[in-house]
Write a protein that binds this ligand. Sequence first.
Ligand code: NAD
Length: 258
Amino acid sequence: MFRLDNKVAVVTGGASGIGLEISRSFAKQGATVHIFELNMDQAEREADLIIAAGGQAYIHKVDVSKQAQVRKAIDKINQVQAIDILVNNAGIAHIGTAETTTEEDLDKIYNINIKGVYNCIHCVIPHFKKNGGGSIINLASVAATVAVPDRFAYSMAKGAVYTMTMQVAKDFVKENIRCNSISPARIHTPFVDGFIASKYPGKEAEVFQQLSETQPIGRMGKPAEVAAMAVYLASDEAAFLTGTDYLIDGGFVKLNTP
Ligand code: NAD
């Protein structure tokens, strides 16, 4: 079950954290993986490791916030292979309230976390239609549906990803295009280590512990736990699933009662 043999997948931000684990898991299940990244050194290293383990991986220097770059890469892949799966994983963090978030920060979050997702969907849909369908998996967050302190711009963006997922699923259901999102709570990745180090220097261990305890299960999630859901959503076993958001959150949303 859950094999992805003969499937071709694009994973944005696929060389770090959750995206990396999705790239590895997809390749292990038989898919050919195309990683869209800014960090090409890391992408090259990780793709080499996937290939050494018997998988198929290619890397593309693509900034998802730039539609021309996204279009060029997607069209190039489709000249050789039909894309079956798009994982919109690339995203950046931001801390701030509506009062402390600057216009520049808001624009940056919009361009990468919202427009980046739209750019990839916009450019892949014509190919999916021509090829008889496809599966889109978006990385949203628990912040899309519950208030998380100090995450104004980030939550706004993830809320947009959550609603974009339903909208795309609705508009293309007749074209055999499925679109779902995954909403993790805190997952231990470089993304988390990076913002703890920059925002709470000297208090890293204490903040790490606090963030772990916000999940009722008492720890952060693992990238592999998110990747397992992505494998399922991309697989033929999930053919009846579309327009839905899946929490992977150690009880964060439903069990954190006051
Ligand atoms: P990460 O920082 O470890 O990896 C993100 C990758 O995206 C990096 O390799 C980076 O180079 C790439 N990237 C960033 N901007 C890009 C751009 N414009 N174009 C192409 N690539 C770009 O992050 P992560 O923790 O693995 O998070 C992945 C996704 O999951 C994000 O969308 C994030 O919002 C979401 N998420 C993460 C958590 C968490 O706790 N880690 C929780 C909920 C949701």
